[in-house]
Design a protein around this ligand. Structure first.
Ligand code: ACO
Length: 385
């Protein structure tokens, strides 16, 4: 029997062509190309096609995919009822997304089919609908009238439009598409592993993506960008950074947006998102956003210095979440939408991993090491303390 490895660190649990994470050198390859190439050039739909089909689409294929994803935007009536019920008790957005994705099987045109084509269409419909769910729910939560989708807008642009009801700013659209692509896939992270485990039981895609959202929402995975931005706001001015961060580390707190299980150098996604945040803040011409960008880069530098001083040798560097917060904030999104936006982007990767797992499946069923007693005596209930 092999040795127990806490957190399965270093254990290879799958073979994939979807992404490669080189944590020592800070390199991320997605669908065969460097992250920077994909995230700054592609539309989100192109990135999904690349992962689902293992090649870039031609113009006709991309147009057909976009048309199918637009056609899938209307949510089942039962999903709408569920979202209204969740809004009535003010459930967090990420919980509403998890529940709503589970309900999307209700209008699957061919729920029993397990053909590759049916699974691919299912993947397209789930991915197409995640932003619709989030935008619809956000408006329900705020008691605002719902906004009909705009078929002429792509995945990122339509999401912004349905959230705000206003023509989306081109710089914000591009920044959001870059963000979705930046997080579309990332090796065998916890939520992707969850999706593959569920798929390996020959369960369905809806269950796999629902489970993945549950895994994503924890602060050790996708729940960090909101708190990262809160920290920057709390610090407020560059002069406060040192005292504030020192106090946090002194209390044993973890700095959100720093550290990573795999990256021991700066997360390459942080570079792409920092550049996206910088471009957007410049394009916006909004002095508050420029100040926030300056403040955040100052906070980052102080945090890195103090992490090295207080946690020497742990190689705690900036992760994707720190600049996620800046990009999404500059795009006008509130912090409760940050983790749901992560899920919107990652749904492309989750679904692709499910398709990959289905194509060459073996039930994922690791072992455990029993550390309990072997001879516990049975005590009748009336005799128990
Ligand atoms: N701030 C302060 N100290 C930290 C941080 C941090 N952000 N991250 C790790 N450490 C310290 C730990 O306290 C520990 O110190 P010790 O050796 O004195 O006990 C040491 O570094 C090693 O920590 P581990 O928990 O073993 O590291 P692990 O690989 O399990 O954790 C994780 C990775 C969960 C991401 C961690 O760095 C963390 O909690 N970061 C903050 C939350 C965050 O940013 N999450 C988003 C991750 S990115 C993503 O999933 C998309």
């Amino acid at each position: 029997m092999s040795a127990y490895i806490p957190g399965l660190e270093g254990v290879v649990a799958a073979r994939t062509r979807l992404s490669h994470v080189d944590g020592q050198n800070g390199v991320l390859i997605i669908g065969g190309m460097p992250l920077e190439t994909l995230a700054l050039s592609a539309t989100f739909e192109e990135g999904c096609f690349l992962l689902w089909q293992d090649r870039l689409p031609n113009a006709a294929e991309l147009a057909a995919l976009k048309a199918r994803m637009v056609a899938a935007r209307e949510l089942p009536g039962a999903t709408m009822d569920l979202l209204r019920g969740a809004a009535a008790v003010k459930a967090p957005v990420i919980d509403a997304l998890r529940m709503a994705v589970a309900s999307l099987s209700l209008d699957d045109p061919d729920p029993e089919s397990e053909t590759l084509e049916a699974q691919q269409r299912r993947a397209e419909r789930i991915v197409a609908r995640c932003p619709i769910i989030v935008a619809t729910y956000d408006r329900l939560l705020k008691g605002r009238p719902l906004v009909a989708q705009r078929p002429d807008l792509g995945h990122a642009g339509n999401f912004l439009y349905m959230l705000t009801g206003e023509e989306p700013d081109p710089a914000a659209r591009r920044a959001l598409a870059t963000y979705f692509l930046t997080v579309i896939d990332h090796g065998m992270n916890a939520s992707t592993f969850t999706a593959r485990v569920i798929t390996s039981t020959r369960s369905d895609l809806y269950s796999a993506v629902t489970g993945a959202i549950g895994a994503l929402k924890g602060p050790a995975h996708g729940g960090a960008p909101g708190p990262a931005l809160d920290m920057v706001f709390e610090i407020g001015t560059p002069e406060n950074a040192e005292a504030n961060i020192r106090a946090r580390l002194g209390r044993g707190e973890r700095l959100m947006g720093f550290g990573h299980r795999v990256y021991k150098v700066r997360d390459p996604r942080a570079d792409v998102l920092q550049e996206a945040a910088r471009r957007m803040n410049e394009a916006a011409g909004d002095a508050r956003l420029k100040d926030l960008y300056q403040l955040a880069t100052g906070v980052e530098a102080t945090a890195l210095r103090l992490l090295e001083e207080i946690k020497p040798g742990r190689n705690l560097k900036t992760n994707v979440e720190f600049f996620t917060a800046l990009v999404l904030h500059a795009a006008g999104l509130e912090t409760d939408l940050f983790t749901p936006c992560f899920a919107i982007g990652r749904s492309g990767g989750w679904s692709a991993h499910c398709l990959e797992q289905m194509a060459d499946n073996r039930l994922i069923r690791p072992s455990s090491e029993y550390v309990g007693p072997m001879d516990r005596p049975w005590v009748p209930i009336e005799d128990r303390a």
